[in-house]
Design a protein around this ligand. Sequence first.
Ligand SMILES: C[S@@+](CC[C@H](N)C(=O)[O-])C[C@H]1O[C@@H](n2cnc3c(N)ncnc32)[C@H](O)[C@@H]1O
Length: 286
Amino acid sequence: MLKAKTFFDMPPMRLTPRMEEDFFTSLMMRNGTYKTTFHDRFAEVNPYLVRYLREHASASPQVLDIGVSSGISTLELHENLRAGGLNVQMLGTDVLIDAFLVTVFPGCHALVDPSGFPLRFDVPGGSMKPWVTRRDYYSGVFIARKLINKLFTYRARRMLEQSDAAIVRAVKLVTPRALVGAEITFCCDDVSQYNPAYAARFDFVRAANVLNRGYFNAAVLSSMVRNIGRYLRPTHGSLFVTRTHDDRTNHGTLFRMAANQYFEVVHRFGSGSEVEDVVTQTRITP
Ligand SMILES: C[S@@+](CC[C@H](N)C(=O)[O-])C[C@H]1O[C@@H](n2cnc3c(N)ncnc32)[C@H](O)[C@@H]1O
């Protein structure tokens, strides 16, 4: 596993898709969700979305991508929409975009979120996940992992308070390729908390691999859908919710906002979104 420091030190052009996928997929957020992602994840879906937006949105649509993880699929959607003739402006959000790489001991680093929650540890000779796995209990590694977790997290939190630039480095958990240019902006935002700055601003919202039943219960999913509905322009806003299965097929639904303030189904990919019932049963109250 590539060390976090090596990843952030590497010139963007030398980062391979495999390195990006391995690195981001290994990160678990404070809320228990993962930054799992890979290239060309929506290759079979994006052409339909491009055609739909060309027919139903303005030539300069505002697009919100929720739960962007590394931003790899955000960048790909952006490229597809531009290639389809749309002058798109995109905002990508995630609960975690900004993080810190802290030198906890010489040659040892902790990648932590702004609250000090540990995401990854670099130790001499390699890099490790902070959390204990079932296999660690059989192999006995759990004792070492717990000790390193306690020590590195304690040191990282202490050092974050000091904010010494020599040992605390601010990093963005987004592929450097997506940060080039002004057409995609990335912001930290939790979709479960209503953000008035996004009200009625977007023509199209994508929530890919984030509105999952495995992550959130129905009540939380419903409040997320209500927030997203309020972020869409009232007249022609559309929402795409999808989940990629283990065989890499996408099962998602494209919705549009109906006059009665409920989402209605426009098109299904695969067997449709697993949260389709939640989306269509949630009334979007202003
Ligand atoms: C599995 S990744 C999906 C990445 C990308 N959309 C894709 O499909 O390739 C899920 C992402 O959702 C983010 N996430 C989890 N809970 C969230 C929330 N409440 N608000 C915004 N983003 C969230 C996680 O941090 C993670 O980066």
